[in-house]
Write a protein that binds this ligand. Sequence first.
Ligand code: PGA
Length: 251
Amino acid sequence: MNIIIKNSAEEASAAVAEILLRQVETKPDSVLGLPTGATPLGVYARLRQEFSKGRGRYKDVTTFNLDEYLGLSSEHPSSYAFYMRETLFRHADFKSERTHIPDGLATDAEAEAERYESLISTHGGIDLMVLGLGRNAHIGFNEPGSPHTSRTRRVALASSTLDANARYFQPGSSQPTHAITMGIGTILESRAIVVLATGREKADAIAASVNGPVTDAVPGSALNRHADATIVLDRQAAQALGAVQLLELGV
Ligand code: PGA
């Protein structure tokens, strides 16, 4: 696992944006895996800014988002489809038919998960998967206990995840308790993985994921099974890594 530590969340986000930009510059028809949540907002802001300056072309890029809430339409302001359109897609030249997100309104969630999984295969797999990390070390919505071999499927959200994400829902509106997420096995098949984590509240999850043991109890520890995984952190998220590790990293 490669670990990059930057001084601030802004610098860490810029580093991940740079990795994405180089990916699409090197391979204009790249297949990208994309996250939502608070963490990638700085990355997407940077991509919008660069696009407006003429850098980054996405018309031949295909995207697969990690997850979507079950029960929310793509028009719902708390859906990840809405988030992606508003935060990134409509600000650049993405083709809507090439941007994929599980259907939150699917009547048969398992069938939708299978369709999504096979669509990823049809596109030849994911070239670059960008991930956030939950406070409980989840990746996508693979909560602690998810097998590292898991595939795209319907999942129940952990109560800590529901608490962490309650801020994205209007008071009084109902918050979904289930989602469709890419599996950890699906994520690990990506050719390269970049994880961005920032802030003190991610420090323990980062330490558990990096230090191991590699266990289903810590979804992020599955990254140790990947040959090309890079973790980009700000200083706060790196705080629990330990002085010896930081010394080895040259920080
Ligand atoms: P956050 O979520 O970016 O909103 O902290 C990260 C995640 O749950 O993967």
